[in-house]
Design a protein. Structure first.
Length: 328
């Protein structure tokens, strides 16, 4: 009986080995792509894909909007979807996939957004110092309030997830490494800027820092721009410089899994958050043919040029970055 058992065991199938998780050094999260990942009009993901994942196979993740790509250097990325719920659902699914080890990963939350003309211009690329949620609180119509008074009030209970300060050392490195990055511009964007009276709006593109305001509402107009700045100051954050739709939600998902110490938010300004003097907010939101800002392709290219400097440094000097950002 023993001999038979041993003989049978000799023909038994060996257990399948579990693949070792991919050690992620940097994860780049874009929110949308216009068409294909390469070879057509670029959205948020294409510059990253063309730089890091041309030779990488897509790996589907259950619950994520799009596949994940990884190269042999440990740089991974995906398109998460637009809006807080959409993007954070994808991020959660990817973080929980056992095929990836995020225990020492840096996260670059990358995309386009808007900027107030007093703080930025078309083509700017901005690193966030703070991420603030625009939606959490109480808001009411201006006509139901004392004229000129704020129409937003924070609600108790949201303190731990309505604002996030990003690690100052990591942000400082991002700004330092961005210095001298080539910035593209376009004739259309140059012409469009001249509609605005603000000196900052008329400048050439540059790298900026400040608060990124996350809201599912695509808010426009001087009134809501002023309210966004009011909320940023109310929460003790820096000046509001970028409006976007995902970063605060993504930060919360990452924070609950791995903490806040390795998150960067990188946004390029493709529009102003309000119309030019003499232009109504509706006209700004629904412009006549030929009256759009221009500079989208150039801004997307600027995001890749700026962000890749940080990604490349982290990977090249991984022993110094593995355990956290080195001192500035």
């Amino acid at each position: 009986m023993v001999a038979l058992a041993l003989a049978g065991g000799a023909h038994a199938q060996a257990p399948t080995s579990i693949p070792k998780p991919i050690k992620v050094k940097v994860f780049v999260a874009a929110m949308f792509e216009i068409g294909e990942n390469t070879g057509d009009r670029a959205g948020e993901f294409q510059p990253w894909y063309e730089r890091y994942w041309r030779q990488s196979a897509p790996k589907a993740v259950k619950g994520a909007l799009k596949p994940v790509y990884c190269n042999t250097d440990g740089v991974c990325g995906s398109t998460l979807g637009m809006g807080k719920v959409n993007a954070s659902a994808s991020m959660q699914a990817i973080l929980l996939d056992p095929a990836y080890d995020f225990s020492q990963a840096y996260f670059v939350l990358s995309g386009v957004g808007g900027t107030p003309p007093s703080r930025g211009t078309i083509g700017d690329v901005s690193w966030a110092t703070w991420l603030v949620d625009y939606d959490l609180g109480h808001r009411w119509a201006p006509e139901e309030n004392t004229p000129g008074a704020p129409t937003f009030m924070p609600r108790a209970g949201y303190e731990d997830y309505r604002r996030f300060q990003l690690d100052p050392t990591l942000v400082g490195w991002a700004v330092r490494l961005s210095r001298g990055a080539p910035m593209q511009d376009s004739d259309d964007a140059r012409h469009y800027r001249m509609r605005y009276a603000d000196a900052r709006a008329r400048m050439a593109p540059s790298v900026t820092v400040g608060t990124h305001m996350t809201g599912d509402t695509f808010f426009h107009g001087p009134g809501l721009s002023k309210q966004a700045q009011y909320i940023a100051k109310l929460y003790g954050a820096d000046d509001y410089v970028i409006t976007e739709m995902e970063a605060a939600a993504l930060a919360l998902v990452i924070k609950r899994q791995w903490g806040m110490g390795r998150i960067l938010s990188l946004r390029g300004a493709v529009n102003f958050d309000q119309g030019a003097p003499g232009e109504t907010t509706l006209q700004h939101l629904d412009p006549a043919p030929g009256q759009t800002a221009g500079g989208f392709a150039e801004t997307v290219a600027n995001i890749g040029a700026v962000g890749s400097r940080v990604v490349d440094r982290i990977v090249a000097d991984w022993p110094q970055w593995r355990d956290g950002p080195p001192p500035l």
